[in-house]
Design a protein around this ligand. Sequence first.
Ligand SMILES: NC(=O)c1ccc[n+]([C@@H]2O[C@H](COP(=O)([O-])OP(=O)(O)OC[C@H]3O[C@@H](n4cnc5c(N)ncnc54)[C@H](O)[C@@H]3O)[C@@H](O)[C@H]2O)c1
Length: 389
Amino acid sequence: MMPLHHLRAGVIGTGFIGPVHIEALKRLGVQVTAICGSTKRAKATADQWGIPEVYGDYDYEAMFGSPNIDVVHITSPNRVHVAQSLAALKAGKHVVCEKPLGMNTRETAKLVKAAAKSDRVFAVNYMCRFFPAVLQMRALVQRGELGKIMHVQGHFFQDWLMKDTDYNWRLLASEGGKLRAVGDIGTHWIDAVSFVLGTRAESVFAALETFHKTRKRPKGEVQTFAKVDPAKMVPFEVDTEDFASVLLKYGTADHGYASGVHANCAVSQVAAGWKCSLYMGIYGTEGSVQWDFQQPNEIIVGRRDQPNQILQRNTAGFSDDIANFTDNPGGHPEGFPDSHKMHSRAVYEHIASGKKTPLLFATAEDGHHEVELCEAILKSSTTRKWVSI
Ligand SMILES: NC(=O)c1ccc[n+]([C@@H]2O[C@H](COP(=O)([O-])OP(=O)(O)OC[C@H]3O[C@@H](n4cnc5c(N)ncnc54)[C@H](O)[C@@H]3O)[C@@H](O)[C@H]2O)c1
């Protein structure tokens, strides 16, 4: 396989997650050759990280013309993901696009077609798949160690949008899509559960709630997690949900240990005290397994007639086949930045090997499926009926 440092990346977006991508790539030895964003922030980011090519004024087309980029990372707001992804594929680049893949299935369907026609690799950054704990949960399920999976329960809770003065572009349907909490974080949960089970959600029943029907916003735009003086804010009507309660029914997995699994998930961005808690518990006929994003280095395996076990990353309880996705010894914690690094490792090794490594990351089809689920969840909440995908 070609060494990863032969591959060169261009990153669009300089906000919260763009630099997380840059750091992950640098830790892998991938060259970051170009950055695109607002003129001021692109220049500042290039200066900070030593990135040679700078494309200001959000001029991504100019960046795609560079011969020094193999892979484009799209870390801009959701509204521009599809246009930027289509243009990157057209320019012959491999693409890593942030989630959610797009604003609606009309546009994401176009991307599925374009990615299928192209010989490039297209990945959607559902990087929760690459926590070693999640890979281990998947291995436990797919080897039948929990028996037949019956049900899954969990949540994705945050509190950074709890107050009516907390503002981000995600609150506006025109910027982030009609579903906010579900699109932004709920799809991470649904994708991670699909990955662990080895099958997708096929039908949903949901209730959505917007607790803050009016919020206050600053006059200009602000970066994610930035603090703004409430005295300098103006009121606006909120057209996206703060909370969702979702029931899902999953399909049949090829390995035979998951079929028609029931799942229930609560999603909230107004849950005081929870900063970023993606929790899932998987319950089978022989045992269960639980994990929380905020305690990412361990999983709890539950048994009815034997003692429960806490399995720690990179110790005896974790299997050898996931060793490529953890670099530090047990007891030396890995977390959120490492999950981005491991996601990029999976994508770049797939590219460097000529697509010979297992396809573990989310594809354009997986990203499209999550947007389909968002639309089904909205429809179910409006009609108060189960909706099939
Ligand atoms: N996978 C994850 O864990 C994760 C975490 C956070 C965000 N995200 C996703 O990453 C994306 C960005 O989120 P964020 O939190 O970094 O937002 P942010 O607001 O902090 O940053 C967005 C950046 O995009 C730039 N931008 C705005 N319009 C642009 C355009 N037309 N072209 C290029 N750049 C443009 C902004 O200047 C800003 O630098 C979103 O799609 C979000 O869902 C994913």
